[in-house]
Design a protein around this ligand. Structure first.
Ligand SMILES: [Zn+2]
Length: 181
């Protein structure tokens, strides 16, 4: 993952169209026609813009393959605990045996789903997938969006993780590098 010190912030006029370099916004390799979409809103959240950046097959696929198991494990564990507790508080109208069998079946379903997710994540999240996925997440952030007005063009401020891409992007869209932190 690229660290914060090697990012470029580009500011450019925006009238609805942008000229993209034909390299991957993440890793810089040649791209086909795949796009990575980023959206942003203006300050008052009244206008929204979606910008499509070029991304290569490998980065796109790695981002798609990545399995985020955290929410599943979290929700699954809570559901499991709640179910265990409710096993001890059987409502009067349910026959005990049926209630226990139903409860255990339900718990087994939760456990299988958790195991399935863990195994899937282990299989899918190779070190390359994890690395690329992190790079995709941090590759581009739209920091500011000032929409086009009647008398003036709009403005975009974009933070790029890939400095070469940022340079190319700046050139093609007559922008400037705002700062390099
Ligand atoms: Zn790439």
């Amino acid at each position: 993952m690229k660290n914060e010190e090697s990012r470029s912030i580009v500011v450019c006029d925006f009238d609805g169209g942008l000229h993209m370099p034909n390299t991957c916004v993440v890793c810089g390799s040649q791209t086909e026609n795949i796009r990575y979409e980023k959206s942003a809103t203006n300050k008052f959240h009244t206008r929204k813009v979606i910008v499509s950046f070029p991304i290569c097959e490998d980065c796109f696929q790695a981002d798609k393959d990545y399995v985020n198991q955290t929410p599943v494990l979290l929700i699954g564990s809570v559901a499991f605990l709640l179910s265990v507790f409710s096993l001890f508080t059987r409502p009067e109208k349910y026959p005990p045996l049926l209630f226990i069998i139903g409860g255990i079946t339900w718990l087994l379903m939760i456990i299988s789903y958790l195991l399935y997710t863990i195994i899937k994540a282990k299989k899918m999240n190779t070190s390359d997938v994890i690395r690329r996925h992190n790079e995709v997440i941090h590759s581009v952030k739209i920091k500011r969006y000032y929409p086009q007005q009647k008398n003036s063009t709009g403005t975009l401020v974009i933070d790029f993780g890939n400095n070469d891409f940022a340079k190319q992007f700046r050139k093609r869209n007559h922008g400037k590098i705002l700062e390099k932190k």
